[in-house]
Write a protein of this length. Structure first.
Length: 441
């Protein structure tokens, strides 16, 4: 009989099989392959209604909050987020819990023949992400969920998740990222992401840049979708930071205001994510059912979002954040001052080479006393020496330190925090946050 260790070893083998395919960082813009796969699998992607999320930042936290609130209302939930921090099984959840290694392996082996058939019959073989989505759709269908909360991988219109026929779509804040694939301006990127808005659905739209709003409005009008806008149809009515996170009041499209919700996540952006998530949950449940205040409170209080301004240590205070583009880094910088007033942070930063590295560093500079640059394990990571050169231009030479590995960088940053009001922020990439979490949690 196979043991948990046996299943984990097979999971690692499967991960290598997936990694041998075209990577997530080099998408092949088409729904042909994933559509062929889902057809062969009998339409597993249509076995449950879907809340579908896209945007530049905030997708994963918003997904997790939406899932927690709907689960608190008695629904069996299935979730998909990407990328993962520590294990690829994190990406797929049933009722908030990641798939076990055993279940992931068994599902993959059932789907594998269909993946291989698509490889044989399509002009291009399936990518890592496309093959992974086959596992996701099958696992969620087998679990007989009541609702799937599915986050896009990259973009929107041609993302492999976009074969779903969502009843609710969510657009989190859109800014510059992945310009090579999505467009050179926020408006161009918005046009791609707006592709997830389906006919006669409801789309919940977070606060957006001025140039983005008309693009999303035009798509909603084109397909006859009902649009709910943050600050107009719903909003954070009040918030108070606390040691554990924050207490928030949220006004919803129904006209209800839910007060004194204890959200265990830090930063004004997480309050906004919660408002978007509650609006999405309301859109999904109505008109058959209204959100219940006590259930909302229970759902909100249960939320976790690892790697998102996550406290993972004390003496000194140590915080992980997966910010990986300038907009995300600006949000992190604002949230640090809000959540941890009076703390002087040293940054541990490792960034992918294909990102706007200078933009990320400039966003972080005002809230970091000094910075320790390093490298994560990804082949896409910017070498530490190159990152140090860019950091020196932003921070000046006296504030920049370099370490060859992430564990040594964390140790060095802790040494630089010699007073009780010192803290360490580890950021720059989801991979960086995941590796640090493995070291520290």
């Amino acid at each position: 009989m196979a043991t948990e260790t046996d299943w984990y070893r097979e999971l690692l083998d499967i991960e290598q099989e997936l990694l041998s395919r075209v990577p997530e960082s080099a998408p092949q813009p088409s729904l042909d392959r994933v559509s062929a796969l889902t057809d062969l699998m009998g339409g597993t992607h249509r076995a449950y209604p879907v809340v579908h999320l896209t945007g530049t930042n905030g997708k994963t936290s918003t997904s997790r909050i939406t899932e927690a609130v709907l689960r608190a209302h008695g629904l069996t939930t299935g979730g998909f987020t990407s990328p993962h921090l520590q294990s690829l099984t994190e990406r797929v959840t049933i009722d908030g819990q990641p798939l076990s290694a055993e279940r992931f392996v068994q599902t993959y082996r059932r789907v594998q023949p269909f993946i291989e058939q698509v490889d044989r019959t399509q002009p291009l073989t399936m990518s890592y992400f496309e093959a992974f989505m086959g596992v996701v759709f099958a696992a969620l269908a087998e679990a007989r969920i009541d609702v799937g909360i599915i986050e896009v991988g990259l973009g929107g219109a041609w993302d492999a998740t976009n074969v779903v026929d969502s009843v609710v779509s969510v657009i989190t804040p859109i800014d510059l990222d992945h310009q090579k694939f999505l467009g050179s301006t926020p408006a161009e990127i918005a046009a791609e992401k707006a592709g997830i808005i389906k006919p006669n659905s409801t789309v919940v739209i977070a606060r957006q840049l001025d140039e983005v709003r008309p693009v999303l409005a035009a798509r909603a009008a084109e397909v006859g979708a009902t649009a709910w806008w943050e600050d107009t149809d719903f909003a954070v009515a009040a918030r108070t930071p606390t040691d554990f996170g924050q207490v928030i009041d949220v006004r919803l499209p129904s006209g209800n205001t839910f007060s004194k919700l204890e959200l265990p996540l830090h930063g004004p952006h997480q309050a906004q994510n919660a408002a978007v998530a509650l609006a999405a949950a309301e859109a999904f449940l109505r008109p058959e059912k209204d959100l219940d205040l006590d259930l909302v409170r229970a759902g909100i209080a249960s939320v976790t979002s690892p790697g998102r301004l996550e406290v993972v240590g004390s003496a000194p205070l140590t915080v992980l954040d997966a910010a990986h583009n300038p907009a995300g880094a600006r949000t992190t910088a604002r949230a640090l001052a809000d959540a941890f007033p009076g703390i002087h942070f040293v940054g541990v930063v490792a960034i992918m080479g294909d990102k706007d590295v200078a933009g990320i560093l400039r966003a972080l500079e005002p809230v970091l006393d000094s910075i320790v640059v390093s490298v994560n394990a990804s082949a896409r990571a910017l070498p530490a020496a190159d990152l140090a050169d860019l950091a020196t231009q932003v921070f000046g030479p006296q504030r920049v330190h370099t370490e060859a590995t992430l564990d040594r960088a964390i140790a060095a940053a802790r040494q630089l925090c010699r007073t009780p009001d010192g803290g360490v922020l580890i950021t720059g990439s989801i991979v960086t946050a995941g590796e640090a979490r493995t070291l520290l949690v």
